[in-house]
Design a protein around this ligand. Structure first.
Ligand code: SF4
Ligand code: SF4
Length: 441
């Protein structure tokens, strides 16, 4: 038997914690010292009894000492569970044009090229073709499995530049659902800056039950510092006006906040203010994809700290929850391990030129290309798997936060380390900080 890969000692060696279950046991320092000495050794039951005496049984029972083969099988089954290649999400890049020129747009990173090329709107025939491909790829999914989801996202550039296509595409989605080619529970999401919305579209969003995710980063002076037009004009007032138009017709609006050095300290009061201005349910705070913007050295830790503060404050005061922190908090208190938060291997992204990719943020990366819509099959996708889970990375297997960590963004790893299989520094450091803080380490 061996020391589990997931065993860690804490609090000046007074405690052991199992990173996979977050179970802790208090032990004498001497026992923990012995525990550390057996690292890498394979010991019989008798040898364990003689080293740990009365503690041996509990160490085995709580998974701190394990049969290596049993643990490896467990890791393999977790990897299979996390990365079962199954397409559940379609991103339609309905245009690569944008009415804004935001500082940290990920299309500006080296791994992307769409904003450097010829800007183009998607045609209706391409959208329809993409929807048929998506229906083909999702046809055999087991929609009865617990917490199954399926989603179609209108994305850009700024998708409302090509509103016309969205109306038509939604018509087709409804037809595909009616004919049984698309799961009737599939959600529709639009990711927009809301500036170009009009009454008709807002009404349509409500009628079609479209979730409208709107980027807004803080009070006017903060939002406008990063999100402005090509002429340098701030966009805050127009965004608020757009949000109000959506809300006038009762559409579901989800504010999406990119956390930066500029806005992090005011996140809690800003979300509170926004809630008093416009009535929304939950919201989302996103950490910057690594290396898409200049940040202070302690950006990830400070971002995490302020996201936690914002979540707790607004949960208590307004009963609203941040998507990311809300999910994370549950993981500290249940047996589940975090799902991978990178959508690669679950989604296909289709650009206006009819080319398909796994992810929109890695357009230039060869492995990310799926090719022509006609040729995509589930078997082909399985063979193309290039994303690895945190349970396949040595550094992560040794990490105490592995249960609650979603593994980070592949584009963040690529931008920072030029590899698709490495650590996403911003996300990784933020998660470790949240873990330490929550566990009071
Ligand atoms: S690499 Fe993954 S997490 Fe990052 S943007 Fe793409 S799908 Fe999202
Ligand atoms: S990405 Fe970072 S926080 Fe997450 S498991 Fe790996 S090392 Fe830990």
């Amino acid at each position: 038997m061996k020391l589990s890969k997931f065993a860690h000692s804490l609090n000046n060696k007074k405690m052991l914690i199992n990173a996979l279950t977050l179970k802790k046991i208090l032990l004498h320092e001497e026992v923990i010292n012995n525990f550390e000495k057996i690292k890498g050794l394979d010991l019989s039951n008798n040898e364990l009894q003689s080293i740990f005496g009365e503690y041996a049984d509990i160490l085995i029972k709580e998974g701190f000492i394990v049969e290596e083969e049993v643990e490896n099988n467990k890791i393999n089954s977790i990897i299979e569970y996390l990365e079962k290649p199954q397409i559940q999400s379609l991103y339609l890049i309905v245009t690569t044009n944008c009415n804004l020129n935001c500082n940290y747009c990920f299309y500006k990173a080296d791994a992307s090229q769409s904003l450097c090329g010829v800007n183009k709107d998607m045609s209706i025939s391409t959208a329809i073709k993409a929807l048929y491909t998506f229906s083909k790829l999702t046809m055999n999914n087991n929609v009865n499995q617990e917490s199954y989801w399926q989603q179609i996202t209108f994305y850009g550039g700024e998708p409302l530049i090509n509103k016309h296509l969205i109306y038509k595409a939604v018509e087709h989605i409804n037809e595909l659902k009616k004919e049984g080619f698309l799961w009737s529970g599939s959600n529709i999401v639009i990711n927009t800056n809301a500036i170009l919305v009009n009454d008709d579209f807002a009404k349509f969003a409500k009628e079609e039950n479209i979730e409208v995710q709107i980027s807004i980063d803080g009070y006017e002076n903060i939002h406008d510092k990063n999100r402005y037009t090509k002429d340098g004009k701030g966009s805050f007032k127009d965004v608020i006006k757009g949000i109000k138009t959506f809300l006038k017709y009762g559409a579901k609006v989800v504010p999406m906040i990119t956390v930066t050095d500029d806005n992090m300290e005011q996140l809690d009061e800003f979300v509170d203010w926004l809630k008093s201005e416009i009535n929304f349910g939950d919201y989302g705070m996103n950490i910057l994809i690594s290396s898409t913007a200049e940040t202070n050295n302690n950006y990830p830790e400070n971002a995490a700290e302020n996201m936690l503060k914002c979540h707790e404050f607004n949960l208590q005061k307004n009963g609203i929850c941040d998507y990311c922190i809300g999910d994370l908090m549950e993981l500290f208190n249940n047996d589940a391990i975090a799902k991978e938060n990178c959508g690669i291997s679950r989604k296909i992204t289709v650009f206006p030129n009819e080319k398909a990719y796994f992810c929109q943020a890695l357009e230039k990366v060869k492995d990310n290309e799926l090719g022509s819509l006609d040729d995509i099959t589930i078997d082909g996708i399985k063979q193309r798997k290039f994303k690895i889970t945190r349970f396949e990375r040595e550094e992560c297997l040794n990490c105490i936060a592995i249960k609650i960590c979603g593994g980070g963004c592949v584009a963040g790893s690529y931008n920072s380390n030029n590899t698709l299989k490495g650590i996403d520094p911003n996300y990784c450091r933020a998660i470790k900080h949240i873990f330490d803080k929550y566990m009071k380490l």
